[in-house]
Each structure stands twice: as structure tokens, then as C-alpha cells.
Design a protein around this ligand. Structure first.
Ligand code: HQG
Length: 177
């Protein structure tokens, strides 16, 4: 499958499985799942047809494991702005986690800590290289180190998605450097 087509389909999935399902009349259940047949029909109806085989390929080939396809249902595994309960268990984090951002946000982050902004949770990476890539989406990356072990010891909850993204409700400034 052509890489550009795969990326277009993946972006379409992100838009509708994380942010704007109702734009194409999709309904997600409380855990973010929707029916594959319904998704294919809705996309076709709204001028972006793709096949079940293409969908399977995009999900399997996604470098970040953004989507889960189980039988006849699909969901995004993280990154939602619509309300979903991913039902991930609270999990002890490694001592350090990383957050990739850009210089223009650093003053506000130092003041307010990391906030979920448009999403449900703050997204943290398990290693610096991944965080650098996340930051580089917006400009020259700045990697913040999160003292996650200390945070957890102080009672903050962490969860980890199936694609290795760590989620926290927020990160107060004292745990950042
Ligand atoms: C910043 C992508 C000002 C934060 C990525 C970030 C990731 C603040 C932006 C995933 C702030 C939010 C998530 C504060 C945080 N003041 N700015 N207090 N607190 N910010 O896109 O972490 O390709 O919602 O630094 O790879 O960039 O979509 O979060 O720059 O894994 O699968 O506000 O999205 O994955 O931006 O990215 P986002 P993110 P996908």
C-alpha cells in the first residue's frame, strides 16, 4: 500500500476516533470503540472511502500502534479529546519519564506544570528520543524530564497505553526539570 495513502487513512482515523466522531455520524462507546462496518460506511458516505483490507494494513503498520482492531471493532488507544474511559489500570511508572515540547511553551509549563490542554491526559514518553520526536512536531524540540517515581510516591496516578504512552492527569512544576 502506498505510504501516502496509509498516512491519509491514519490521519482520518485519528480525527474521527479521537476528536470528531460526530462529523461523520460515528458513535463511540464509553471505551472509545466503534463498529468497523459502521466506520467504513460512514467514511464512504462522507467522501473518504477505504476498504477493510486497507484499514487492517494501516492499523497493523502504524509505527506508534495508535489503533486497536479487535474482531469487528476498532478504537484509538490514546490521544482522545472526546470523553472516553480507556479503563487502563494504575501502573507504577519508571523513575523518569520525558515530555517533548517546544521553547515557546516552557515558561508557561514551568509556571503551571504540564496540563492536558486539548486532550484527556498529559502524554509522557518512556525515553528521550521519543520525547524529542513528539516535541519536533512543533519546532525545535525541548525535552523535559519528569520525576515520575517521586510523583507516584506522592500519590499521583500513572497509566500506560498499549502503545507505550504514559498518561497522567497533570504534572506539577516541582516534578519537572
Ligand atoms: C503543551 C502525538 C503551555 C505540551 C504525540 C504540548 C504524542 C503546555 C501541547 C501525543 C502546558 C499539547 C501527545 C502548559 C502542556 N502551558 N503549554 N501548562 N502543558 N503544554 O498534542 O504531548 O501522533 O495535546 O508541551 O506523538 O504534544 O497523535 O500533546 O506541546 O504521543 O499519536 O501543550 O500526540 O501522538 O499538545 O502530544 P498535544 P503532545 P499521535
Amino acid at each position: 500500500m502506498d505510504e501516502r495513502r496509509a498516512v491519509r487513512i491514519s490521519k482520518y482515523l485519528a480525527r474521527h476516533l479521537r476528536h470528531r466522531p460526530s462529523d461523520i455520524g460515528l458513535v463511540l462507546d464509553r471505551e472509545g470503540w466503534t463498529d468497523v462496518g459502521g466506520l467504513l460506511a460512514a467514511a464512504a458516505r462522507h467522501g473518504f472511502p477505504f476498504t477493510r483490507a486497507e484499514l487492517g494494513h494501516v492499523v497493523a503498520a502504524d509505527g506508534k500502534g495508535r489503533y486497536a482492531l479487535e474482531g469487528n471493532r476498532i478504537r484509538a488507544v490514546q490521544g482522545h479529546s472526546v470523553p472516553v474511559e480507556l479503563d487502563l489500570p494504575v501502573t507504577p511508572p519508571p523513575d523518569l519519564l520525558y515530555h517533548g515540547t517546544v521553547g515557546r511553551f516552557v515558561a508557561a509549563i514551568r509556571r503551571d506544570g504540564l496540563r492536558p490542554m486539548g486532550r484527556h491526559a498529559v502524554h509522557l514518553s518512556p525515553d528521550r528520543a521519543t520525547a524529542r520526536l513528539v516535541g519536533a512536531r512543533r519546532g525545535a524540540p525541548v525535552v523535559l524530564v519528569v520525576r515520575a517515581g517521586r510523583m507516584a510516591a506522592d500519590g499521583h496516578e500513572f497509566r500506560v497505553t498499549s502503545n507505550g504512552v504514559w498518561l497522567a492527569v497533570s504534572v506539577p512544576p516541582r516534578y519537572l526539570r
